[in-house]
Ligand binder design. Structure first.
Ligand SMILES: C[S@@+](CC[C@H](N)C(=O)[O-])C[C@H]1O[C@@H](n2cnc3c(N)ncnc32)[C@H](O)[C@@H]1O
Length: 298
């Protein structure tokens, strides 16, 4: 298993909002390369515990060797199942939860998963390669209108109909299999722009397919509903989102004044210095909230 190539986003900001103390128990629902987990483990110290969760078996395998001997327990699971993970560890409530959602640079760098535009690997795009439908099957199966709606809804792709028509024509000739093949079809479908855009023309389409095959918005919505039930009074939750659809869900959830005291009026963004060193941080939006006490029983 290779070393992680992922750089954690807004580590100082996340730690500051989580306000951890030695001995705390904290869930990192998106282990990824383990950068945040390591900082959390340092903050809670040997008497505390970090529960690191990821859907990706590769992230868990890497974490198992990186965190051997540290107060870190790992679980390959969906973060929407945090209550079940805690039940298995006989833990009722934790002091903090961090979610840094989306894709890691390790997944992007893995040529067999199809996350990068020039990958010769299958267009898979699943975080857990054993669960659900790979993206190549979706693009070969969906009716063009349905595919266009998906690209528009999850990718905010303005050229969704043109792309879906091109996909339909291409798959008549031969099935779409690789990430590179799909990226080339999308690139040919979208009108050329001058000056050329900062992002690859297939970025939005890849994002849309990835969100769909992993049910990313559904997982986040469910996690936001379920986490308060397992967070101690005064416990903190921090979510780092990478596009507006996710950020909107977090913003709406933290607005519930029965449950949360929102600690971020507007989302926190990465500093210019961080973005200069890690361009991925450019689109990150961090929101934090504190769990309010349950109202007294009537
Ligand atoms: C941005 S990376 C996290 C990086 C990590 N915070 C770090 O410092 O290295 C996102 C990770 O979340 C995982 N992930 C995405 N959705 C998930 C879900 N619903 N449940 C569990 N893990 C998920 C992905 O597999 C990926 O490894």
């Amino acid at each position: 298993m290779s070393r992680t190539v992922h750089t954690s986003v807004m580590p100082a900001e996340a730690l500051s909002f989580l306000a951890l103390r030695p001995g705390d128990r904290v869930v990192d629902g998106t282990l990824g390369g383990g950068g945040h987990t390591r900082l959390l483990a340092e903050a809670v110290g040997p008497t505390g515990l970090v529960i690191g969760i990821d859907r990706d078996p590769g992230a868990i395998e890497r974490g198992a060797s990186a965190f051997a001997g540290l107060p870190v327990r790992l679980a390959q699971a969906n973060y929407r199942d945090i209550p079940e993970v805690l039940d298995a560890l006989a833990i009722d409530r934790v002091d903090a939860v961090l979610l840094d959602v989306g894709l890691s640079s390790d997944q992007l760098a893995d040529d067999t998963r199809g996350f990068s535009f020039d990958s010769e690997g299958p267009l898979d795009l699943r975080f857990d390669p054993t669960e659900g439908e790979p993206a190549w099957r979706l693009v070969n199966r969906l009716r063009p209108e349905t595919l266009a709606d998906l690209l528009y809804e999850y990718g905010e792709e303005r050229h969704s109909r043109r792309i879906a028509r091109r996909v339909a024509a291409a798959r008549e000739r031969e099935p779409i299999r690789t990430a590179r093949q799909f990226a080339a079809i999308v690139t040919a479908a979208v009108p050329r722009q001058y000056p050329p855009p900062r992002i690859h023309p297939a970025t939005r389409s890849f994002q849309a397919l990835r969100i769909a095959v992993n049910e990313e918005l559904k997982s986040l919505r469910i996690a936001l509903e379920r986490v308060p039930g397992r967070l101690a009074e005064g416990g903190r939750m921090v979510v780092i989102a990478f596009h507006s659809l996710e950020d909107r869900l977090v913003k709406q959830a933290f607005r519930n004044a029965q449950v949360w005291e929102c600690l971020t009026r507007s989302p926190v963004e990465a500093s210019e210095a961080e973005v200069a060193g890690n361009p991925r941080a450019r689109s990150a939006r961090l929101r934090a909230a504190r769990r309010l006490p349950d109202p007294p029983a009537a």
